[in-house]
Structures are given as structure tokens and as C-alpha cells.
Design a binder for this molecule. Sequence first.
Ligand code: HEC
Ligand code: HEC
Length: 192
Amino acid sequence: MRLAFTGILLAAAMICGPTHAADIAAGKAKAELCVGCHGENGISQMENIPSLAAQPDMFIQWQLVFYRAGARKNEQMQPIVDQLNNEDIRNLGAYFAQLPPPKAPPDDKPDLSKKGAQAAVGGRCASCHLPDYAGTKAVARVAGQRQDYLVKALHDYKSGVRSGGGMAAMASVAYSLSEEEIEALAHYLAHL
Ligand code: HEC
Ligand code: HEC
């Protein structure tokens, strides 16, 4: 466990090291591998697949490192990360981070959003995800993310299915959320 984590830190240190600047054009070219699932311009049209547009650069890089190290597991992502070197990961982070964020659909259930907003205050979500929920550094953007994926992510933290280096914060947050709160939070955040 400790060894695996050290491996992740080493990989991350190599990625974050000051050796080269990220190349957005190269990231865009590499993102051809991602379009089929994560959508054109990083806006997903597929159930349970997250949009990547405007995610913080570091969040994207960390998640790719977690998948590659096997610390976060997903059958669809595994064969993809096996093809990525550290430079690809750096370039992909820079590319997706500078794309315009997803546009939220019109809110069809404002009452549910109100409940979600209250649950977000209770869970102090904005203290890490920022008041506009755009995320920062290793903290994900959740504003405008697909509602089905937000529900899935919160369930995965709550049940312990989702692991990695950054999940400790979310595991304790999600553990105490009720099913009703998860539905309301996901609806609220997806419509921001
Ligand atoms: C075959 C479909 C598929 C392809 C191709 C694919 N992904 Fe994914 N990706 C997924 C799925 C499904 C998830 C969600 C996994 C989960 O629920 O844990 C995901 C999750 C991610 C995440 C975590 C995002 C988050 O919000 O938690 C990142 C980052 C990511 N993919 C980047 C990429 C990049 C970069 C590429 C191309 C180099 C790529 N993916 C190609 C299916 C795919
Ligand atoms: C202490 C800081 C902190 C708090 C408080 C917090 N989060 Fe997070 N959140 C994070 C971090 C860090 C990540 C990325 C974790 C990882 O690497 O898996 C994250 C990830 C997520 C994700 C997954 C996003 C994705 O694209 O995969 C969701 C959904 C989420 N948070 C929702 C919430 C909600 C809703 C609340 C309030 C109830 C909340 N968070 C409170 C730090 C926090």
C-alpha cells in the first residue's frame, strides 16, 4: 500500500516536474483517443461518462495517474491509460483544462435544486470545490457535470469503490450523505 502510494507520488513528481511546458496542440491530438467516450470538446453525451471540459489541469493529471497505477479502477479507462506516457498526461491535462465548460441544461426541478443547494451548504462542498464549483488543483469541477455521473461518483466514494490518493476527503464527505441528498446534490450541481 505504502509502496504503491510512493509510486504514484514519484509518477506525479515526474509529471509535475518543471522539465517541459505542456503542449496543448499535442494534447488535442492525443485526445482523439478520448472523443469516442468523453465527447467532442470534452462534453460527454454518454451515460456515466464524465465531461472533461474545463476540469482543472491537475485533477485530470492525477486521475490519469491513479488509473495508470491501478489506484482507481475502470475497465474502459484501463486500456487507454496503458497507452499514455507522462508527457501525454501533462498535455492532455493542459488541453482539457482550457476547453469551455459544459453548458448546464435548463433546470426542470428548481425545488430539487434548492434541496441540493442546502445539502451543499451542510456538506461544506464549496470550501473545497470553490463557490462556483469550478474546482481547483486536484479538486474536481462539479458544476455542469452530467447528473448521472455525479450520482455514480458519490455512490462510488460512499461505498469505497472509488479509491486513489485524493479520495480520503470525499470518502468521509460522501459517507454521511443520504440517498435523497445525493440525488438533490447531483441535480443541483448538474444544473449550475
Ligand atoms: C471506452 C471509453 C473511454 C475512453 C476511450 C476514454 N475514457 Fe476516460 N473515462 C471513461 C469512463 C467510463 C470513465 C468513468 C469511470 C468511473 O466511473 O470511474 C472515465 C473517466 C475518466 C477520467 C476521470 C474524470 C472524472 O471526472 O472523474 C478522466 C480524467 C478520463 N477519463 C480521461 C480520459 C482521457 C484523457 C482519455 C483519452 C486519452 C479517455 N479518458 C478515454 C471512459 C473512457
Ligand atoms: C475537504 C475537501 C472537499 C469537500 C468538503 C468536498 N469535496 Fe468533493 N472532491 C474533493 C476532492 C479532492 C476530489 C477529487 C478526489 C479524487 O481524486 O477522487 C473531489 C471529488 C468530487 C466528486 C467527483 C468528481 C469527478 O468528476 O469525478 C464529486 C461528485 C464531489 N467531489 C462532490 C462533492 C460534494 C457534493 C461535496 C459536498 C457534499 C463535496 N464534494 C465536498 C474535495 C472535497
